[in-house]
Write a protein that binds this ligand. Structure first.
Ligand code: KIV
Ligand code: NA
Length: 277
């Protein structure tokens, strides 16, 4: 399959076709996502929770994001990959934001980057876009500023809060973003944003009135145990399956059922006799 471009994604919005994507953090998940026909892959800073076991995304560094993006790129060479800008990689200054966005492209070969926030990060969005890169906005629940939001909570549930989100969305489009991700807001609010903007508007936990859906791979597969947001649908329980497989291996190896004849290398004919003599 041919890799998506921004124009393909834009056309999908116009034609009312949903773009479907997941996060991936490593080579093998990325390769399976590509095989399954995902339209895009996000190397989310959610890797802090899903891979490193942090309780949030704030500790995640640029280097971690770059390394995981490199692995995902190798696993999914023909998929549109978005690198996620970690906390403090774009908040401090506009030049730092451009340099860090550029690192994702130079070192990991991503197709686009994503950063959190509305009006307050529009100078960064504009500067990165002016640097020739594709930027995706991210509003609603923004885990890097979850302290200000009072935790991992749904956003835009009052008319006033929804109006702020709509204003953020318009500002992000005007600043030059090629797409917008809306996280954990009511479907109606996401629908208004989607109908207001020309660029594609994607949902994670923001309902069906979007141009596409994102889910976290660890949630889809059932390998993230710490908590399950309301918006998650688990398609597998790989966590339980993994424990079962590991237990079976322990049992076999302890009981002498593994390794068996078929797992053993054979000596070259006649060599065992020579060794014994
Ligand atoms: O890091 C991530 O996976 C994300 C999604 C939760 C939107 O940004
Ligand atoms: Na993120």
């Amino acid at each position: 399959t041919k890799k998506m471009t921004r124009f393909d994604l834009q056309k999908m919005k116009q034609e009312n076709q949903k773009a479907v994507w997941v996060t991936a953090y490593d080579y093998w998940t990325a390769s399976f996502a590509e095989e399954a026909g995902m339209d895009m892959i996000l190397v989310g800073d959610s890797l802090g929770m899903c891979i490193y076991g942090y309780s949030g995304t704030v500790p995640v560094t640029m280097d971690q994001c770059i390394w995981h993006s490199e692995a995902v790129r190798r696993g999914a060479p023909n998929t549109f990959i978005i690198g996620d800008m970690p906390f403090l990689s774009y908040q401090v200054s506009v030049p730092e934001a451009v340099r860090n966005a550029g690192r994702f492209h130079k070192e990991a070969g991503v197709d686009a980057i994503k950063l959190e926030g509305g009006v307050r990060v529009c100078p960064q969005i504009q500067a990165i876009a002016d640097g020739g890169m594709l930027v995706m906005g991210h509003i609603g629940l923004t885990p890097q500023s979850s302290g200000q939001q009072g935790g991992f909570k749904a956003q835009g549930r009052t008319a006033e809060a929804a109006r702020d989100l709509i204003a953020d969305a318009k500002a992000i489009e005007a600043a030059g973003a090629f797409a917008l991700l809306v996280e954990a807001v009511p479907p109606e609010v996401c629908g208004i944003i989607r109908n207001t903007l020309q660029i594609p508007v994607y949902s994670i936990g923001a309902g069906w009135e979007a141009d596409g859906q994102l889910m976290i791979c660890s949630d889809v597969l059932g390998i993230f145990q710490a908590f399950t947001p309301k918006f998650v649908k688990k398609y597998e329980n790989l966590g339980a399956k993994t424990v079962t497989a590991f237990k079976q291996y322990v049992e076999d190896a302890r009981g002498g059922q593994f390794p068996a004849e078929e797992h053993a290398y054979k000596m070259v004919d006649g060599e065992l006799e020579k060794l014994k003599n």
